[in-house]
Design a protein around this ligand. Structure first.
Ligand SMILES: Cc1ncc(COP(=O)(O)O)c(C=O)c1O
Length: 409
């Protein structure tokens, strides 16, 4: 029995206790005692997992590479994968040829979540400016950012990103004292969940701050290919405009095939940018993470070289946002998200709404407060919201949005 004189519980990392509960177990607990009265199969609008069919080229490339499953993949991936990524970045962001050096500036990832977590181990020192380092996180935020900051021993500093600030952090409002000890800034554009897009001036200001105060600007661009009217600018575009000897200094961009190519199960993404950071990250990853399997790298390279499936995908999302708009315009604070595929609806009380939608319509949505922390004034600005992921087919989304309007309006 634990606690007796000669049997002690194993020592544990005390930082684990500082982690908030992950949003999805919280949702499961919230809905545990509610039985849906609707006579219909449950529909998950809570998870950002695209349900459009994955492109057939994935199965084709995996089948063609069966012998490669017996090989350990190198941490740096293959030249073919890195070239495919450098080519895509160059075309997508109008970069000069040669700006993205595939040898020094690109690293394959097994999906981006683990890497978003692990990068804090590279970028967060013991102390900065003689004090505990800070990691800047937009509020609301993707949970991995907070976990990364906490486990790296940093203070997560949540930057309000509500309607008053255009759903992006107000860069002018970050105190100098915080900037001085900032080690890492996670910026998500298009933002999950609000869909806001940082323009070039915003990204330029963020990168200028990173260089002035000696921290890493990490731009999470995993929703970059899902947009309504205009393609979101990227961190590398701004680095190009700013020029200099090392244009990507202090900058990392993260991209994923999970949303762009409906391939969340493939676990494939990459990060690119500052060669020193990439090199340090590769060094850490050699010790800590599995390389991306060679057949997956080959399929991923084919996906990054293809735009047809991405265009088709984007059109499907537009049709769904049209359907959502038809059902919800003028209600629950609906607005067309400029990027990404989430609705961020102001329903008054997100937990109440999640329980009602589950009870009356078997719809699972995520209370906004599970993606936010209280701001400095003590107010949790996610409390009145729900996040709705438009990941199913258009007809299903249209019907679900009509039910949401009916039940919550
Ligand atoms: C903002 C954001 N970043 C990163 C990820 C991680 O995606 P993946 O690990 O599938 O690349 C997600 C997934 O939902 C996300 O919403």
């Amino acid at each position: 029995m634990r606690g007796t004189a000669d049997l002690h519980a194993p020592a544990m990392n005390g930082r684990l206790g500082a982690l908030s509960d992950y949003p999805f177990p919280r949702l499961a607990a919230l809905l545990a005692d509610v039985t849906p009265s609707a006579n219909r199969p449950p529909l998950a609008l809570s998870v950002g997992e695209p349900q459009h069919p994955p492109p057939p080229m994935i199965a084709e490339r995996l089948a063609a590479n069966t012998p490669l499953w017996s090989k350990y993949p190198p941490t740096a991936g293959t030249p073919d994968f890195r070239n495919a990524v450098a080519g895509w970045l160059t075309r997508r962001y109008g970069l000069p040829d040669g700006m993205v050096d595939p040898e020094r500036m690109v690293l394959p990832l097994s999906g981006t979540r683990e890497a978003l977590f692990l990068i804090a181990q590279v970028t967060v020192p013991e102390t900065k400016a003689g004090r505990r380092p800070a990691v800047l996180i937009p509020n609301p935020f993707y949970a991995a950012y907070e976990g990364a900051a906490v486990m790296a021993g940093a203070e997560p500093v949540f930057l309000p990103a509500s309607a008053e600030t255009g759903f992006l952090p107000d860069l002018d409002a970050i105190p100098e004292e915080v900037l001085a000890r900032t080690a890492l800034f996670y910026l998500c554009t298009p933002a999950n969940p609000q869909g806001a897009i940082a323009d070039r001036a915003y990204l330029r200001k963020a990168l200028t701050l990173a260089r002035a105060h000696g921290f890493t600007l990490l731009v999470d661009e995993c929703y970059a290919e899902i947009w309504d009217k205009a393609p979101p600018p990227g961190g590398l575009e701004v680095a190009r405009d700013m020029g200099g000897e090392e244009p990507t200094a202090n900058l990392l961009v993260f991209h994923s095939l999970s949303k762009r190519s409906n391939a969340a199960g493939l676990r494939s993404g990459f990060c690119a940018g500052d060669p020193d950071l990439i090199q340090a990250f590769q060094r850490l990853r050699s010790y800590s993470m599995a390389g991306v399997p060679l057949p997956v790298l080959d399929a991923s390279a084919a996906l990054w070289r293809d735009e047809a499936h991405v265009e088709e995908n984007r059109n499907l999302y537009r049709a769904k946002i049209d359907a959502a708009e038809a059902a919800l315009a003028g209600r629950l604070g609906f607005y067309r998200p400029p990027g990404g595929f989430f609705l961020w609806l102001d329903v008054g009380d997100g937990e109440w709404a999640a329980r009602e939608l589950w009870r009356q319509a078997a719809l699972r949505v995520l209370p906004g407060a599970y993606l936010t922390r209280p701001d400095a004034d003590g107010a949790n600005r996610g409390h009145s919201f729900i996040r709705v992921a438009l990941v199913h087919d258009t007809e299903t989304v249209a019907e679900a949005c009509a039910r949401i309007a009916e039940i919550l309006s």
